[in-house]
Design a protein. Sequence first.
Length: 319
Amino acid sequence: MMSFKKIAAAVMAAAMTLAVVPSAFACTALYVGSDLTEDGTTMFGRIEDLGTNDNNKLFYVSAAGNHKAGEVYDGCYGFTYTFTKDSYAYTAFRDDNGAAKDGVCPDCGQTHAHTPYEAGGTNSMGVSVSATETIGCSDALYEVDPYTDEGIEEAEITTVLLSESATAKEAVELLLSIYDSVGAAGGSGIFIADDKEVWYVENASGTQYVAVKLTSTMAFSQPNMSVIGLIDLDDTENVMASANLIAVAEQAGSYVGDKEANTIDYAASYNADQGVGSRMVNALKYFYNRQGRTRLCGFRHFQRRGGWQHRADVYQYHA
């Protein structure tokens, strides 16, 4: 087991280490599996390390039934969604930028009810979402699969998923169905969890995505970059991906993987332009220093008694 004396302090220290380095997006997400924490707690989340321009945050409760079945959610950026049920109660945090004044939304300046920039929260069913960790895609991918005007924006994900979803799996499937139907207004990395499982979702481009079930034996950082590497698309128990994931990468001329084996290196195929920035280096150095050893790409296929166990491959510490 990873020798964290106080895991909360350790994660906070790592976050502060990452936060001192500026970046184009300046948000950093962290995940620590339960096998690596002193008390067996799974930890994940995101910090907003923009610096002096950080918005103050409000923590609040959205009461059960705040959104009604049949109500249309009208977002800031072109996304709309019709709620299928009266919403679950949830707690969340958002930017403290005021309420709509004279019907004008403070986020976008349009005339509609204010839809707050919700970054994360937990609902009454025990589903947690951590969103608004922005990523992009390579120029070649953007030419083939651009973001969509009617797609969901990352700050709208928490609102919709926590209102509608009773389990983490249900929330993942809802988000992916939205990507399939209207796409995304931008790229992001998202944690979705309940008491049974944790999923991590990346959509670097407008309509293509990968969701992977995380294990309890890993810890990783995601500082505004794609971190999902080699994945086996036939491993449907642990991976959910868009139907044209390989085809779109092939169209962009950037596919890396084995088509016959139905595998793809997602980061290499969809984000070949990205570099490994200082925040990622600092995170890996931090995990290395905590344990005295590190191994990257710990989710690559590995042998077990029952045969090959296929997992996603990410930039990570693996015990």
